[in-house]
Design a protein around this ligand. Structure first.
Ligand SMILES: *Cc1c(COP(=O)(O)O)cnc(C)c1O
Length: 396
């Protein structure tokens, strides 16, 4: 084991070697355009895409592979789902319900719609980052066309009560979209059982390549395309398919489906080991997120008396992240932690550890040792010194 150690699986994941192997032939040998109908190059590419579409559909329990629309990733899928449904359902209403702790791809898509006169309700969460199904029920009006609730939060890992929300949206005949970029491949998802009508996910969060994702669109759900052109993907997303990416996404989904149960148990044990090691040696460390209803690989901790940026600047051999967003003016604390009621200073002291498929026990033990050392060091610094460290890092 050589540092640096990667514990930022919520940001992205390494491509599994089995996924890479599946992709390689589709760059130079079988390079055909899947939309070429007139020759064997195109047919082979189309066959590979069909097989991958079935693998992707199977991961989320889609009835038919035709309900999978390939996109460039979850950001695009979120935009297509939210803007596409609102545009297609103008005759029914113009109200969207979402949650304060959503990913920027959802919040900013909603903000854009709001500028265009759509009314958006942003529901609060409890201190564990959980949205209440009753709040969803209460927010639905006759004008509501879409509810968008993320399946698992990318900062604190909290899992949404999707099945309950799905029962409510079905009963009220409102569409349910979920951003499952963090959940797909990590927890079992079944769009039929959950009552989900649209689901966004992306390959690079499940040990597949970057730049390829999908939107599940339940058969019969109307969505207006956001990209016009050759009419690919049943007219919902024009543009030549990224065949190697699609093949890799398919393989990655298949591996997740087969190995999820075992991998989750292993990752959870490592996550709990990391948490225990840190809290045994350090006082005033607070867990952010739900204690049990949380992704197995997620550990988000606030280290009172530190600035997360100063900790990370000192701990260069362990790759972790803080959710503080760098704006030109200042470092803003995470909107997720703030929505959960975490006080400003504690929010600034929070670090997100993300564990996954290739994380080892040695990685975790090394990281725990370094975190303990560095947090002690930073806590002993005067705050001006912490600030200087942050400034020197010059990230913002
Ligand atoms: C990573 C992520 C996204 C963005 O996915 P891309 O494929 O990088 O566009 C959206 N939502 C959540 C919850 C994510 O974790």
């Amino acid at each position: 084991m050589r540092p640096p150690i990667y514990l930022d699986y919520h940001a992205t994941t390494p491509v599994d070697p089995r996924v890479l192997e599946a992709m390689l032939p589709f760059f130079s040998e079988q390079f055909g355009n899947a939309a070429s109908r007139t020759h064997v190059f195109g047919w082979r590419a189309a066959e590979a895409v069909d097989a991958a579409r079935a693998q992707v559909a199977a991961l989320i329990g889609a009835r038919s592979p035709e309900e999978i629309v390939f996109t460039s990733g979850a950001t695009e899928s979120d935009n297509l789902a939210i803007k596409g449904v609102v545009q297609a359902c103008r005759d029914k209403g113009n109200h969207v319900i979402t949650v304060t702790t959503e990913h920027r791809a959802v919040l900013d898509a909603c903000k854009r719609l709001e500028q265009d006169g759509v009314s958006v309700t942003c529901l609060p969460v409890d201190p564990h980052g959980m949205v209440s199904p009753d709040a969803v029920r209460a927010a639905i009006t006759d004008r509501t066309v879409l509810v968008s609730v993320m399946a698992a939060n990318n900062e604190v890992g909290t899992l949404a009560p999707l099945a309950e929300i799905g029962r409510i949206t079905r009963e009220r005949r409102v569409l349910l979209h979920t951003d499952a970029a963090q959940a797909a491949g990590r927890i079992p998802l079944d769009v039929e059982a959950l009552g989900v009508d649209l689901l966004s996910f992306t390959a690079h969060k499940l040990c597949g390549p970057k730049g390829i994702g999908a939107l599940y669109v339940r058969r019969g759900v109307r969505v207006s395309p956001q990209m016009d052109g050759g009419g690919h993907e049943s007219g919902l997303r024009s543009g030549t398919l990224n065949v190697p990416g699609v093949v890799g996404f398919g393989k990655a989904c298949e591996i997740c489906r087969q190995e999820m149960a075992e991998e989750t148990a292993r990752v959870r044990r490592l996550r709990d080991r990391l948490h225990a090691a840190i809290t045994e040696s350090l006082e005033k460390v607070f867990l952010n997120g739900h204690p049990t209803e949380r992704l197995a690989g997620n550990l988000n901790l606030s280290f009172a008396g530190t600035a997360a940026e100063a900790v990370m600047a000192t701990m260069k051999d362990v790759a972790v992240s803080s959710a503080s967003a760098c704006t030109t003016a200042a470092v803003e604390p995470s909107h997720v932690l703030r929505a959960m009621g975490v006080k400003r200073l504690l929010a600034h002291s929070s670090i997100r550890f993300g564990l996954g498929r290739f994380t080892t026990e040695e990685n975790v033990d090394y990281a725990a040792r370094r975190v303990i050392e560095v947090v002690r060091e930073v806590r002993a610094m005067p705050s001006m010194e912490q600030l200087a460290l942050i400034a020197a890092r010059d990230r913002c």
